[in-house]
Unconditional design. Structure first.
Length: 132
């Protein structure tokens, strides 16, 4: 199995682009995920919306963005189905385990999560420079 591609922010922090600038050039047009995950879609059932909110609350801060909405919707539906069925189909359990792993919600996968850091609040007077 091929090694997963390292996130750009991790390579930047490790100085990989200083050592090999071509590596950075290959990622210039890489999209930067933006936007909050938001509220659950209105078309989900009440139970599925509850599962959405619970899953979002369990995920690490800064991991989810608007691009993750379809994946989270799928996870919420699978979890709702797991909770409502008396008999759990093993395939459904495996699907949910996969969703949890991709969101960094298992002990083994938690170490692989790379969360976007919040920008530090900018000092409104920093543009004027230091007094002196």
């Amino acid at each position: 199995m091929a090694r997963p591609r390292k996130p750009t922010n991790v390579l930047e922090m490790k100085g990989a682009f200083k050592k090999d600038p071509q590596r950075a050039a290959a990622r210039v047009d890489e999209p930067d995920p933006e936007g909050d995950i938001g509220d659950p879609p209105a078309h989900l059932t009440e139970i599925e919306r509850g599962c959405w909110v619970e899953l979002v609350g369990l995920c690490h801060e800064g991991v989810l963005c608007a691009a993750d909405r379809p994946f989270m919707e799928y996870g919420a539906r699978v979890w709702a189905q797991l909770r409502s069925d008396l008999f759990i189909d093993p395939k459904l359990g495996i699907r949910f385990e996969t969703v949890c792993a991709r969101l960094g919600m298992t002990p083994a996968d938690r170490s692989k999560v790379q969360a976007r850091k919040k920008d530090a609040e900018k000092d409104p007077y920093s543009e004027f420079g230091a007094a002196g």
